[in-house]
Design a protein around this ligand. Structure first.
Ligand code: ZN
Ligand code: ZN
Length: 409
């Protein structure tokens, strides 16, 4: 089978062996490094010589949905349209949840491969990604979170709990990700898809730093499943949606810039609206705090906008402020789904809205999060040798399917 198919101005070879793309949510590279050093990830360690280890840049905002959608479309958010969990619709003056496939502006590689006759499977940890990842997909697509509700008609598979032999895990658990891998092994052996996409959750990475016993145990779990997938004959391509950093001061207190409060205090309460696109229904582990915000300005002329930009840039913890035009060019974002300004937090700082809008009671350990430039570098690891990659090419996490299908040695 050497047919090619085309998606979003790129062409992909149909795989001749089952190919599994794994998106390890929040996989700062140091997690793998530390797990290898502690002896917890011997299979990943073996890929240094037996496979290919590269790194690439994820999409900014370094959030889950924009990056998962970039990976499965092979394109940045300017093409697929998903630049966060929320955007502010200026026509209706409402914050709009972008988890629905109607906001997707491009076909996925998964759907197009299934249309071209390939067998495709998708397993995601959280259900919030399922409708986006499964858009127009003819094949298997379900979440670990709702694995007890799968039907042949809707999800292309049934009885997955029995097949996996695990109960439905809590949405806040390491087991939610383990379920994804266990299901992946079962599907690889039974259905033998041409392409399978496995996407985990970053619950563990939000709570535990690289090298901690909990983090190493999580990577040991993944290492074991990756080895099983490898031994069952799959091509493995492992990347991440984004990295993860501590967002605290030296004694573990969260470093938060409450941007809405700061703007209200200086310009009045209706001049600016801060949107945090990390906000989603599952905020317990990060309190809806990340290192990226977008700001909508009301009735601001150029002079006012310039003043707001210099004010925000002067705040401790802010790494950069960009105009809509600058941000949409530099980060390849859809200009109609971001505000007049895009603000990035420094590596150790997060951006909040108004203090009273954040429930921090779920933060039982020092805050770790993502969203900014400091979480942009992610691994690109393969269990095969690759060829034909130009040294000068800036690799992105959304090149992972191209690398896995078009560059196998
Ligand atoms: Zn993520
Ligand atoms: Zn996260």
């Amino acid at each position: 089978m050497s047919r090619a198919f085309h998606v979003n101005s790129r062409s992909y070879m149909m795989p001749s062996e089952p190919t599994i793309v794994v998106c390890v949510d929040g996989c700062e590279q140091e997690y793998i490094n530390q797990a290898i050093l502690s002896g917890s990830a011997p299979f990943l360690a073996s890929l240094q010589t037996a496979g290919t280890v590269l790194e690439g840049d994820c999409v900014v905002p370094s959030f889950t949905n924009p990056n998962n959608l970039s990976i499965v479309t092979g394109a940045p958010p300017s093409v697929h349209g998903i630049c966060g969990n929320f955007f502010f619709d200026e026509e209706t003056q409402a914050e709009v949840l972008m988890n629905d496939a109607r906001y997707l502006r491009a076909p996925t590689i998964l759907a197009e491969m299934s249309r071209a006759g390939g067998r495709v499977a998708v397993v995601t940890a959280k259900d919030k990604l399922r409708s986006l990842l499964g858009h127009r997909l003819e094949g298997i697509c379900f979440s670990a979170e709702k694995a007890d509700q799968v039907t042949q008609r809707e999800h292309g598979i049934e009885d997955i709990l029995d097949r996996v032999g695990m109960p439905v895990p809590s949405v806040y658990s390491a087991e939610l990700s383990e379920f994804v891998f266990a299901a992946g092994v079962s599907i690889l052996k039974k259905e033998r898809p041409d392409l399978m996409y496995l996407s985990t959750t970053d619950y563990v990475q939000h709570k535990h730093a690289p090298g901690t016993p909990e983090a190493n145990a999580f990577y040991a779990m993944m290492d074991g499943y990756l080895r099983r997938l490898h031994e069952a004959g799959a091509v493995l391509a492992i990347t991440a949606d984004h990295g993860m950093n501590a967002k605290t001061d030296s004694v573990g207190r969260p470093n938060i810039v409450f941007l809405q409060d700061r703007l209200d205090a200086r310009y009045g309460s209706h001049a600016a609206r801060v949107i945090l696109p990390i906000t989603d229904p599952y905020v317990v582990h990060h309190g809806a705090l990340g290192s990226y915000a977008t700001v909508y300005l009301r009735d601001a002329d150029d002079a006012r906008q310039g003043d707001v930009m210099s004010f925000i840039a002067s705040i401790r913890g802010v790494e950069a402020v960009l105009t809509r035009a600058e941000a949409s060019t530099r980060f390849e974002l859809p200009a109609d789904r971001i505000g007049e300004l895009v603000v990035l937090g420094e590596r150790l700082a997060v951006l909040g809205s108004a203090a009273q809008q954040h429930d921090l009671s779920g933060l039982t350990v020092p805050l770790r999060s993502h969203g900014g430039l400091s979480e942009q570098q992610v691994p690109l690891i393969f269990n095969r040798k690759l060829r034909g990659i130009d040294d000068a090419r800036r690799l992105r996490n959304f090149d992972v399917i191209d690398l896995a299908l078009n560059h196998l040695a």
